[in-house]
Design a protein around this ligand. Structure first.
Ligand code: TRP
Ligand code: ZN
Length: 460
C-alpha cells in the first residue's frame, strides 16, 4: 500500500519524524519468533504497564483495567495486543475511544488517528471474564489457574495474556505497576517492591511495582491464604510467602528462608543482584509441578519441599534473576542461555554449600548425556528438556574448563553487566566469551551445543 491507507483518519502532527508523509500500516500480529509466530506484536515498544485487577474467588471472575504506555516504531494504522479469552469492554488510545476486534488470542486495536512512528501513546483496556489457563501438549499448563480460595497466574512461555492485554514476548520488556483487589482476608502477591495494601468495603487492594524492565512471562499474581514475611535484605525489600496450608516450620519455609544467603552467594559469582526486591512464594497446589523464576519473587510448587528442604531449586530460580530475567533471550530457541546457566548455578551452590563439586556433577552428567538432542534450537517440544537444562550446564562447565576460573568468572560478570536489561542471542554470548578470553571459542560452542557425539573435554 502507498500513500494514506484511508482507514484511520489524519495523522497526529501530519508528518512522521522522518519528514515524509506517513503511510499507515497495520502492525504485525507477532514479533517473528519461529517457535511461536503469534507471540508478541510488531510496530510498537511498550515502556510500562499499569494493571488494576479485581478477582473474586467465589465466582472466578476477573475485572481488569490496563494502562499501557508504548512508542510506535512504525507508522501504525492499527496494532495488536495479546489477550487470551476474556471480554474487552472498552479501548481508548490517548484517551479517545478506539475500535477493537478480539479473536481468541489477538486483540486488534484501530485508533481513531494513525500513530506516527516515534510517538508515545497510551492504551487503556477495560476487560473482564473468567480467565482460563492455556494448555499445550508440549509445554504444559500456563496462565491463570483458579484455586480453591484464590488464583495463580504463572507460566512459561506464555501466561500473561490470560490475565491482561500484553505484548507477550520477552523482546518487549517493560516496567509494571500491579494493583490486585481481592476479598478482605486474602493475600495478593506479585513482582517487585511492595506498595502496601488498603481495605475498603470488604475488599483489599495490594500494590506491587517492578521498576526494572521485565519480560511478560515473568509476571505473576498469587492470590490466597498465605503466611507472609516482610523484611529487608541488603537494603532492599524481601517478601516471602508460604501457603497457609503447608506445615509451619517445614521444608518450604526452611528453604525459602535461605533466599538472601543464596542470592548473595550468586552475586559473588555473577555480579550485583539486578533487581530492587527479593522474595519467593511457595504455593500449595499440587498441579504446579514446577518453580518459575518470576521476577524478583520466584514461585515454587509444593512438591520440591515434600521430603524436606530443597535449596538447589532456590539457587536455580535465583540464578535466573541474572540469566533470563535481567539478561533475556531474543528468541525462545536460545532458552539454554537461561536454563543452562541456572542449572549450572545449582552445581556452584552445591559445591559452596559443602556438597559435590561442580566438576563432579559435570562428570556424572557428561556420562549420562544423550548427545543426539541439541541444546541450541531444541525445537518447540524440546524447550524444557534435558538438553536445554543439563547439556546446557555441561556447556557452561566446558567453557569454564577452557577459560580457567579467573577468566570464566570475569566473563560471567562482564556478560551480566554489559547485557543487563537487554535481550541476547547465543551469537552475542560467543562474541563476549571470545573477547574476554582472547580465544576462538566457536568450535567449542558448536560441539557442546549442537554436536551429536560426546565432545572432547577441554584440558581432559
Ligand atoms: N523455567 C522454569 C524453571 O526452569 C520451568 C518452567 C517451564 C515452568 N515452564 C513452566 C514453570 C511453566 C512453571 C510453569 O525453573
Ligand atoms: Zn530454569
Amino acid at each position: 500500500m502507498t500513500g494514506c491507507t484511508g482507514g484511520p483518519g489524519t495523522p497526529r502532527g501530519g508528518t512522521s519524524q522522518t519528514g515524509t508523509t506517513p503511510s499507515f500500516q497495520p502492525g504485525a500480529e507477532g514479533v517473528g519468533d519461529p517457535y511461536f509466530p503469534g507471540y508478541g506484536n510488531g510496530g510498537y515498544d511498550v515502556s510500562s504497564y499499569h494493571l488494576r485487577v479485581r478477582y473474586d474467588p467465589a465466582t472466578d471472575r476477573l475485572t481488569g483495567d490496563a494502562t499501557i504506555t508504548a512508542t510506535a516504531t512504525e507508522d501504525l494504522s492499527r496494532f495488536n495486543l495479546d489477550l487470551t479469552g476474556l471480554t474487552v469492554t472498552s479501548v481508548r488510545v490517548d484517551g479517545v475511544d478506539a475500535e477493537e476486534e478480539h479473536d481468541d488470542a489477538e486483540l486488534i486495536i484501530t485508533p481513531a488517528d494513525g500513530l506516527v512512528r516515534g510517538a508515545e501513546f497510551t492504551v487503556d483496556v477495560g476487560y473482564e471474564g473468567v480467565p482460563s489457563p492455556v494448555t499445550s501438549p508440549d509445554l504444559g499448563v500456563g496462565g491463570f489457574i483458579a484455586t480453591d480460595d484464590g488464583g495463580i497466574a504463572l507460566g512459561q512461555p506464555e501466561s500473561a495474556s490470560t490475565w491482561f492485554p500484553v505484548n507477550d514476548h520477552p523482546v518487549d520488556k517493560a516496567t509494571y505497576d500491579i494493583e490486585i483487589t481481592v476479598p478482605e482476608g486474602l493475600t495478593a502477591l506479585s513482582n517487585g517492591v511492595p506498595g502496601g495494601n488498603r481495605t475498603a468495603d470488604g475488599w483489599t487492594t495490594w500494590r506491587w511495582s517492578e521498576r526494572t524492565p521485565m519480560a511478560s512471562y515473568l509476571t505473576t499474581v498469587v492470590i490466597g491464604d498465605y503466611r507472609v514475611t516482610t523484611g529487608t535484605h541488603a537494603g532492599k525489600p524481601l517478601v516471602t510467602a508460604i501457603a497457609a496450608s503447608l506445615p509451619e516450620g517445614g521444608g518450604a519455609e526452611a528453604s525459602i528462608a535461605r533466599t538472601g544467603e543464596i542470592a548473595d552467594f550468586l552475586a559473588t559469582r555473577f555480579g550485583p543482584y539486578p533487581f530492587e526486591a527479593y522474595g519467593g512464594v511457595v504455593v500449595a497446589e499440587e498441579e504446579i509441578r514446577y518453580a518459575l523464576e518470576t521476577q524478583s519473587r520466584p514461585v515454587y510448587g509444593p512438591t520440591f519441599f515434600r521430603s524436606g528442604p530443597n535449596d538447589w531449586v532456590v539457587a536455580h530460580e535465583l540464578a535466573h534473576q541474572w540469566f533470563g530475567n535481567s539478561v533475556s533471550i531474543q528468541r525462545w530457541s536460545d532458552l539454554w542461555l537461561n536454563e543452562g546457566f541456572a542449572s549450572y548455578a545449582e552445581w556452584l551452590w552445591e559445591e559452596h554449600d559443602g556438597g559435590n563439586t561442580a566438576q563432579r556433577n559435570f562428570e556424572t552428567e557428561y556420562a549420562r548425556t544423550d548427545w543426539s538432542s541439541p541444546t541450541l534450537d531444541p525445537g518447540r517440544a524440546g524447550l524444557f528438556g534435558r538438553a536445554v537444562y543439563k547439556r546446557g550446564a555441561l556447556t557452561v562447565h566446558a567453557l569454564r574448563l577452557a577459560m580457567g576460573d579467573d577468566v570464566f568468572f570475569r566473563f560471567l560478570r562482564t556478560w551480566t553487566a554489559e547485557k543487563r536489561d537487554g535481550n541476547v542471542t547465543t551469537a552475542d554470548l560467543i562474541t563476549v566469551a571470545e573477547r574476554v578470553s582472547g580465544r576462538p571459542l566457536r568450535p567449542l560452542f558448536d560441539a557442546w551445543l549442537s554436536g551429536t557425539t560426546p565432545p572432547a573435554i577441554p584440558g581432559g
